[in-house]
Every structure is written in C-alpha cells, then in structure tokens.
Design a protein around this ligand. Structure first.
Ligand SMILES: Cc1cc2nc3c(=O)[nH]c(=O)nc-3n(C[C@H](O)[C@H](O)[C@H](O)COP(=O)(O)OP(=O)(O)OC[C@H]3O[C@@H](n4cnc5c(N)ncnc54)[C@H](O)[C@@H]3O)c2cc1C
Ligand code: SF4
Length: 501
C-alpha cells in the first residue's frame, strides 16, 4: 500500500548533473546515479492516486505505481521484475524518454511537481544489471518457426527479444557495422553510453537472437531470399530520411550538413577511441566534419538539435547558435491549450542547453552566405511569424529584421520525412504514405507475412513508442505463426499519444 502522504513530506528532487566544465571535457553520461536514499524518497511521493493516468501517458503501459512502491519499500528484485514485465529496455527509456507519464502524473495537476518516474525507472534498470547482469531468459522449447527482423533499433530489438523468448528463431539484419539503430550512432554517449546497448545485446545473443551486421536488405540480400529463408519478416528500418531545405540559397556550400552526418561521425569517433583507435570526425567520403574552433549554427529545436549542441561543445566549438522557427514556448503548461494529462507545449531545456550556446527563437534562414570560395561563412536570418492556414504552415518574414550570424559549420536538424526510399520497399511491395511512413493493417502486416513497426510505421517518434510497437508487432507475428498463447501487445497500430483534440 503506497504512502498517501509522501508527496506532502518530500519535494520533487533529481540527482545533481555532473558540473558543466567537467562533463564537456569528456563524453560520459551527464547524470551520475541518484543513490538509494534519494530514489526511495522520490518513489515515496507516488501517492496511490487510484486512477493512475501515468499508465495512459506511457505507451508501454509501465506499471508505474507498482514499481514505485516496491522501490519505496526496498523490494528491488520485485521492482526489476515488474518493470521488465512491460519494458524490454528500461535502461534506454529511463535515460532517454521525455516521460509523457510525468506529464500525466496526478501530482502534476495544477502545475504541481510530478513524481520523478523516469529517474526511478533508470535506477531500477541499473539495479537489474547490478543484481544479476541481465540474466538471459532463453525459451525452453523451440517452435521451429523463423523470423527475419530488418533494422536493429529499439523496435527491431524489442520484437526480436519477445519472439526469441517465445521460441522462434530470430535473425536481425542491420546494414550498419554495429547493432542499435539510432541508439548506436545517432544519440551521443553523453545521453546513452554504449555499454548499455552492449550488455543488452549479450543477453539477446544468449537468448538465441542471431545478428547479421553490414547487410542491407534489398541490396546485399533480396526480399525474395529473406521470404524464402524465414516464415515471417518484420520491417523496422526507422524514419531516417532527413528533411532538407534545397530551396534556401547557398544550401550546396561546403560546411552545410544534415545534423545526422555530424552526429554519426562524432559517435564513430567516440566508439573508435573506446576501441583504442583514435580517428578524426569525417563523413563517409573522408570530408572532415568537426566543430573544433568553429562557429556552429544549428537549425532546429528538437532532440537532434540539442544533441548537436552537446557534441559541438565537447568538440570545442568557438560558439554555437541554435535557431528555432517558432516563438519561445512558455515555461509552464497552458491548460487551455494542452490540458492535463496531455503532453504540454513548454520550453524544454535539455542538459546541453546548460553547457552554452545561444538559442534564437522565431527566425528563419534566408541564405547560407558564401565566403567567396564555396564555403559557408554566415547564415542570413530574418525574424518570422508562423501561422497554420488550412493545415499548411505559412512563414512570413518581418521586413527589415534580417541579420547575419557567423557560421563555419551549419547543421540542419529540421526533422525527418519518414522512412528512406530504398530498394527494399519495392521488393517487398510496400510504398510510403503521405508522411513517408509504411501503413499496416490492424494486425501490423504491411503485406502478407511482412510486418512493420517503430519509426518506419509511425514516422519519427520516440524510443518508448518504438519498443511498444516492437512488442505489439511481435505479438502479432507470434499469432500469425500459430504460437501458443498470446504475447503482450501494449499498443495497436492506430494508437496515438494522449491528446485533447
Ligand atoms: C539525434 C536523435 C536523437 C534522439 N533522441 C531521442 C531521445 O532522447 N529520446 C527518445 O525517446 N527518442 C529519441 N530519438 C528518436 C528515437 O531514436 C527513435 O524514435 C527510435 O530510435 C526509433 O527506433 P526504430 O527501431 O524504429 O528505428 P531506428 O532506431 O532508426 O533503427 C532503424 C535501423 O534500421 C536499419 N536499416 C534501415 N534500412 C535497412 C535495410 N535495408 N537493411 C538493414 N538495416 C536497415 C538502420 O540502419 C537502423 O539501424 C532521437 C532521434 C534522433 C535522430
Ligand atoms: S518509458 Fe517513458 S513514458 Fe513510460 S514510464 Fe518510462 S519514462 Fe515514463
């Protein structure tokens, strides 16, 4: 029985982040562990509200009040089991999830302070590793059926684990040289050290999942071959088609890049250094892409932009500007616009924003300015207003508001346009919809025997949704293969986040 008065005794508290000068001199995670005393105190704030809206906020349906109370009472083994019952990879979500559950927490009503759910989650996840090193749970009986999973991000990995534990033979195909999808080469180490992925992969391998890296399905192996070798296929190829701005003058200048090019190169440098092979940050063709000593301009306001900011500081940028098309959001929920328990539009300050740089709101780039040699030397921006008319975005520049910001390196972090156009799609007979995503039937099949999940199905989203869709698609595949019993399916393909309209 949770403590109904805990929130009256304790305020919301998070562990201190590592000091900025220390953390930008390395690539280690920003947060140190919270410590048992703090985390048990914070779990005590969960008050047995009766109707836990946090369950609806979390796409995985994590049993948040249950594990909060188990942590409060120091029952860590049971907390680990409760968390793993709904989430294959809480060490990823506990570190990286924006925590829509906290926006839906009853304690957050009326602008109060929600339970630190995400922090409790990561502490339970790390306790699992510390206690039994993520003990494998291989299936006791094989079904003799075989599944190909294409793409090794959180959606593909969650599905692979669910299916392997149900007795199916699972092979994960990944075109990159390492497993993990965006967790591996998109998200920087200061948000997620890669040891967490490696520990989980050791568990999946011990549970029988086979991994084939450096294999691009549709090129190195055809859809026909995959269908012949396996009884079902799951496509979990992400939504990695970066949005561009080809119409902006100067886009082709040297020094103007997609954000992902910068992040992947930086992540590869960190990985190589960890393997004792220091290397410079370069694009695949050898072009250097490093922020050291440069004036960096990041265009965009989301996760990707914040990750570029943190990377630029760690690489030693001379200065960083982050530009956002939209006006600065309020610091508190506007209940008329986004009533509790929905996800509010508020200013999100990532740890990277504490580390320096200047955020500029309500501006749009008019031109990438040439230094006369084909290299960018500045961006010319204008202040703008943005309106939605008939669902279309109208951006209007304010006359006389133009100015230049120095720029040697410009990074486009302006979103993603869905899954990439690639040979695999035609070979499987699937096409991108208007959002660049792949539609599925209610049973997650994109076409007969071919299932789809994660960002490839939903469009660029979140890790928690990728895991939820991976679990649900695995349940559908298990049924399709005639597996005994049901696997858990936390979401259906039409499920949307909590919304007021
Ligand atoms: C920079 C950045 C930071 C982010 N930060 C956060 C965050 O902090 N919190 C959060 O919740 N979400 C974050 N996200 C979003 C999150 O990473 C994604 O929603 C999630 O990774 C989607 O998982 P997925 O498994 O669907 O696809 P992905 O992780 O994109 O994995 C898809 C995989 O498929 C592989 N693939 C594609 N085509 C083929 C093929 N033909 N053959 C073989 N393999 C193929 C790709 O190489 C890739 O490895 C971030 C995204 C980005 C870009
Ligand atoms: S996965 Fe995200 S939404 Fe779900 S409990 Fe964890 S932090 Fe909350």
């Amino acid at each position: 029985m949770p403590d109904p008065n805990g929130f009256l005794r304790y305020d919301r508290r998070l562990p201190a982040r590592r000091p900025v000068p220390v953390r930008i001199s390395d690539w280690r995670e920003v947060y140190p562990p919270a410590g048992e005393e703090l985390i048990r105190e914070q779990a005590t704030r969960c008050m047995d509200c009766g109707i836990p809206f946090c369950h609806d906020g979390c796409p995985l349906g994590n049993r948040i009040p249950d594990w909060n109370d188990l942590v409060r009472t120091g029952n860590w083994d049971a907390a680990v089991d409760s968390l793993h019952a709904t989430n294959n990879f809480p060490e990823f979500t506990g570190r990286l999830c924006p925590a829509p559950c906290e926006a839906a927490c009853v304690l957050g009503l009326g602008g109060q302070q929600p339970v630190t759910i995400k922090q409790v989650e990561v502490e339970i996840a790390d306790a699992a590793v510390a206690r039994d090193g993520l003990r494998p749970r291989p299936a006791s009986v094989s079904t003799g059926r075989s599944v190909a999973v294409v793409g090794s991000g959180p959606a593909g990995l969650a599905a692979a684990q669910q299916l392997a534990r149900a007795g199916h033979t699972v092979t994960v195909y990944e075109r990159d040289d390492a497993i993990g999808g965006l967790l591996r080469y998109g998200i920087p180490d200061f948000k997620l050290e890669k040891q967490h992925i490696d520990k989980r992969l050791a568990q999946l391998t011990a549970e029988g999942v086979r991994f084939r890296t450096g294999v691009e399905v549709g090129v190195d192996v055809t859809a026909e071959q995959l269908r012949a070798e396996h009884d079902a296929v799951l496509l979990a190829c992400g939504a990695l088609q970066g949005r561009d701005t080809p119409e902006t003058p100067g886009r082709a200048l040297r020094g103007v890049h997609q954000a992902m090019a910068h992040l992947v190169a930086a992540n590869r440098v960190v990985a190589a250094a960890g393997d004792g092979k220091p290397a410079p940050a370069t694009l695949p063709d050898g072009t250097p892409i490093d922020a050291a000593g440069k004036h960096v301009v990041i265009i965009g306001g989301g996760d990707t932009a914040a990750d570029c900011l943190g990377v630029a500081h760690r690489q030693g940028a001379a200065g960083v500007h982050q530009l956002d098309l939209y006006p600065e959001p309020p610091t508190e929920r506007d209940a008329a616009r986004d009533p509790w328990p929905t996800w509010p539009w508020v200013l999100r300050n990532y740890p990277a924003h504490e580390e320096g740089g200047e955020r500029v709101f309500a501006v749009a780039v008019q031109e990438f300015v040439n230094d006369g040699t084909g290299q960018v030397r500045a961006v010319r921006i204008a202040e703008v207003t943005v309106e939605k008319v008939d669902g279309r975005r109208i951006v209007t520049a304010l006359p006389g508001s133009e100015r230049e910001i120095p720029a040697d390196l410009v990074l486009l972090a302006i979103g993603f346009e869905g899954t990439e156009e690639q040979p695999l799609l035609a070979q499987f007979g699937v096409t991108r919809n208007g959002r660049g995503a792949i539609d599925s039937r209610p049973d997650w099949q994109a076409t007969d025997g071919v299932f789809v999940a994660g960002d490839m199905h939903r469009g660029a989203s979140l890790i928690v949704w990728a895991i939820a869709e991976g679990r649900a698609a695995a349940a559908a595949i298990h049924t399709y293969l005639g597996g005994v019993g049901d696997l858990p399916a936390p979401v259906d393909p039409a499920r949307q986040p909590l919304a007021a309209r």
